[in-house]
Design a protein around this ligand. Structure first.
Ligand SMILES: Cc1ncc(C[n+]2csc(CCOP(=O)(O)OP(=O)(O)O)c2C)c(N)n1
Ligand code: SF4
Ligand SMILES: [Mg+2]
Length: 305
């Protein structure tokens, strides 16, 4: 497969679809994503957003940070509402993109049944999950995607005990039209994945790791660096699945040529949420990452690349 076209910073449209000034915290990864994501989506779309930091960022009526229509729904029903809005648009003969944009709590936990239903029906919507790995808007409670060992306000002092849910893989098991993982630290990669998603019929799912300084206990100026580290350590893999074929995206693909990945400890050390991890736990996490990347390399060898 040839590499897809890449947008550079200079190639982004000058048009801003969010107003200057919003209620996001300083250093919020979501605010970067949202600004760049809207540039890819363009004006002809309607957002469906459940309770989350995004609702706060967008503002309460009549104050709004977004120039496009936004429908705020209940926590459990984002994908179901988006289904209905898309059906209404179709009835009116409109191509308007319907974009469900939810947090990890709203996706991996309470919204998962509505998402699973929409996936099964292969609804013609874009579903974006920005994953800041906890319920941030309500004070950093653990979610289904909080990493094991991570501290939140509702985990024991030893950190979360359970393995996190791999939502993109759960979604991929439904065989939708398009699945992609993205990072707030690679906004142009996200931008171009959205451009591709817009051209595909059926359900398109994008899952974005999104650093959150107050929730992760990191320096506000480190947002982009920390998200980059997650990718460079091989912890968070960027990929696309189109027609059932998985392909690593360039920031992750380039790791295949590296003899050694950046140590996971570099990433963990910058965040107080990982303060409870023991040396053995970190070593176990590092081992799992190394094994996964060994599998990627072996699969590539088998393909003869
Ligand atoms: C049924 C229901 N339960 C709880 C809430 C309270 N609530 C609002 S936002 C939120 C957290 C959402 O977390 P997530 O989806 O991860 O988005 P984030 O806040 O991290 O952006 C919660 C628990 C609610 N609005 N509705
Ligand atoms: S709590 Fe985190 S995700 Fe929410 S607005 Fe602040 S930085 Fe962004
Ligand atoms: Mg969240």
């Amino acid at each position: 497969m040839t590499s897809p076209a890449k947008t550079t910073v200079l190639g982004l449209t000058d048009e801003e679809l969010i107003h200057p000034g919003n209620r996001a915290c300083t250093g919020c990864g979501l605010s970067v994503l949202y600004r760049i994501g809207l540039k890819a989506l363009g004006r002809d779309c309607i957002f469906v957003v459940p309770p989350s930091c995004l609702t706060v960022m967008q503002g309460l009526y009549p104050i709004s940070a977004t120039q496009m229509p936004v429908l705020n729904g209940t926590f459990a029903s984002t994908a179901a509402i988006a289904t209905g809005v898309r059906a209404a648009m179709k009835r009116r003969g409109k191509k308007t993109q319907v974009v469900a944009w939810a947090g990890d709590g709203g996706t991996s936990d309470i919204g998962i049944q509505a998402l699973s239903g929409a996936l099964e029906r292969n609804e013609d919507i874009i579903y974006i999950c920005y994953d800041n790995e906890a319920y941030m808007n309500t004070g950093v409670q653990r979610s289904g995607t909080t990493p094991r060992g991570g501290l939140t306000t509702t985990t024991p002092y030893t950190g979360k005990q359970e393995q996190s849910k791999n939502v993109p893989e759960i979604v991929a098991a439904h065989n939708p039209a398009y699945v992609a993982t993205c990072s707030a630290s690679f906004p142009l990669d996200f931008h171009d994945k959205l451009l591709r998603a817009k051209e595909i019929k059926g359900l398109k799912y994008l899952h974005i790791q999104t650093p959150c300084p107050p929730g992760w206990g990191c320096d506000e100026r480190m947002t982009i660096e920390i998200g980059r580290m997650a990718v460079e350590c091989g912890l968070f893999d960027l990929y696309e699945i189109i027609d059932g074929t998985k392909r690593l995206s360039e920031p992750s693909e380039r790791l295949l040529n590296k003899k050694q990945l950046r140590p996971l400890q570099d990433y963990l050390a910058l965040q107080t949420r990982f303060a409870a991890l023991t040396e053995e736990q970190v070593a176990g996490m590092q081992k799992r990452i190394d094994e996964r990347w060994k599998c990627y390399r072996e699969a590539l060898k088998e393909e003869g690349q």
